[in-house]
Design a protein around this ligand. Structure first.
Ligand code: URP
Ligand code: ZN
Ligand code: ZN
Length: 488
């Protein structure tokens, strides 16, 4: 009798630290062995291919519910299909708490939508309105396995002021959650945007002018310092350049638990992409704004140094032509009324492999660390992101030589464009397994919608607070809400 249900044979297994020739034995959906000459009831030939852990994308906007009703255009069925085409097997998406509303009912509705996913998934809980009542709900939400909260320091109607941000940090500290932060200064952007519009500078390219590096750097410094005050671990989302990463490195050097993410758009697009005729530049609008070529080089340096240790897609579910996407408010509108975000869940791994590994900027083990192992570790996805006994058998067979031209048809998402149209990449996923089952083969998704599972995330040591508090006083433990009363 065969030792394993399935053996992935003859490939080069890549982990966050090593690359070596080995077979992978799978039993009951998990990796049971990594070794030589394994025998299985089924065999998958990986000769000439890299055997990578399934990509873990910890920042994906998929079928996000909207305050005004409805959702983003990307659905869990289409977004997970796209993810598999690009080699991603797990995503963390976003449930939103809307101003004036509790968390629970929206989260329940979102969980129902997510049941259509063909990949495994978990959620970040966005908090936009940390009232006493919302803060009181947070422990129950975290206990349901949603162990990360997301806050925006900019964007109407999501942004939190410093007092509100402190309340979320304190709530997270009380229940052992990680806080992820969109760092840009709300008032600075508002002030510059009004001036730009008054001066007739309304085209998409002025999006970048409205939010220069200073706006991101200041908010990053503030986000870190307030997190340090509460002693709550945080991750800074979508770092756009080395100046911002330097603030993070300074904090890491003094022992603050702060981690950083960047995204392919900051390594491949520039502000010039938004400077196209008419509305075309809107395709490249995201926040923070893409910078320039020098910023891209600086970002690669900070990735190599380890300051930035996660590369996610920040996949956005807005199309270009539909009435729920970029032109929702029309095309003859100032940049402030154009939805932000670019799609990228399919392109993430190919772009990073091509721009990182194929060019020699990073090694193949770095690629695995940045796109699978570290995101899983940071967000408590304990069975994901590794080729090792005990891990889920989420496996990508990757052809490091294959050249592909990115087009929107290749992306397989529900969005009607890709900002990477016509770009050539080297390196492509040939097949993807999810928990030991073939999910994508030769560009065809074979996993059925709904085959993904929700991953509840239990407490984990990696994000424990440091225990260092000013004067040794734990203000968060007092649980005083914005009303001045104890949160119950
Ligand atoms: O422009 C972006 N990044 N849009 C998506 C929402 C966010 O800020 O993460
Ligand atoms: Zn953001
Ligand atoms: Zn985002």
């Amino acid at each position: 009798m065969a030792d394993y249900d399935c053996v992935v044979r003859g490939g080069t297994v890549v982990t966050a630290s090593d690359a070596y020739r080995a077979d992978v034995g799978i039993r009951a959906g998990r990796i049971a062995a990594v070794g030589q000459n394994l025998t299985g009831a089924q065999t998958v030939d990986a000769g000439g291919l890299l055997v990578l852990p399934g990509g873990v994308d910890t920042h994906c906007h998929i079928e996000q519910l909207r305050a005004e009703g409805g959702t983003d255009e990307e659905t869990f069925a289409s977004g997970s299909h796209a993810a598999l085409l690009g080699g991603t097997t797990t995503a963390i998406t976003f449930s939103t708490q809307f101003k004036g509303h509790p968390i629970g009912p929206t989260l329940d509705a979102y969980r129902l939508l997510a049941r259509a996913s063909a990949i495994d998934y978990s959620f970040h809980q966005i908090i936009t309105d940390p009232t006493d009542a919302v803060l009181a709900e947070i422990p129950g939400i975290v206990a349901r396995g949603i162990r990360s909260l997301k806050v925006f320091l900019t964007y109407d109607p999501f942004h939190l002021d410093d007092g509100q941000y402190l309340q979320v940090l304190a709530a997270a500290r009380r229940c052992g959650a990680l806080v992820t932060v969109h760092c840009e200064n709300y008032d600075a952007i508002d002030w510059r945007s009004k001036a730009l519009i008054a001066d007739g500078r309304t085209a998409p390219k002025y999006h970048a002018w409205s939010r220069p590096v200073e706006v991101e750097r200041e908010a990053t410094y503030r986000a870190i310092t307030l997190a340090e005050l509460v002693d709550t671990p945080i991750q800074i989302f979508h770092v756009s350049c080395a100046e911002v990463a330097k603030e993070i490195a300074r904090a890491q050097a003094r022992g603050v638990k702060v981690w950083a993410e960047t995204c392919p758009q900051y390594l491949t697009l520039t502000a010039d992409d938004m400077d196209r005729p008419g509305f075309e530049g809107a395709k490249f609008m995201c926040s923070p704004a893409p910078r320039d070529k020098a910023a891209q080089a600086g970002l690669w340096d900070t990735i190599r140094r380890g300051t930035i240790d996660v590369i996610s897609s920040d996949h956005s579910g807005f199309g270009f032509t539909g009435d729920r996407g970029k032109r929702m408010h029309g095309t003859d509108v100032p940049f402030t009324q154009i939805l932000n975000g670019v799609p990228g869940v399919t392109a993430r791994l190919p772009l990073i492999f091509s721009e990182g590994v194929a060019t020699g900027r990073i090694g193949v083990t770095d690629f695995v660390r940045l796109t699978a192992t570290q995101p899983a570790r940071l967000f408590g996805l304990t069975r994901k992101g590794r080729i090792a006994p005990g891990a889920d058998a989420d496996i990508v067979l990757w052809d490091p030589q294959r050249r592909v031209t990115l087009t929107n048809a290749v992306m397989g998402h529900a969005i009607d464009y890709t900002p990477y149209e016509g770009r050539d990449v080297t390196g492509w996923p040939e097949a993807v397994m999810l928990r030991g089952q073939m999910a994508m083969q030769s560009g065809k998704v074979v996993a059925a919608p709904g085959s993904g599972r929700f991953i509840g995330r239990a407490p984990y040591d990696f994000i424990k607070p440091t225990g260092r508090l000013p004067n040794g006083f734990d203000a968060a433990a007092m649980a005083i809400g914005p009303s001045g009363k104890t949160i119950v």
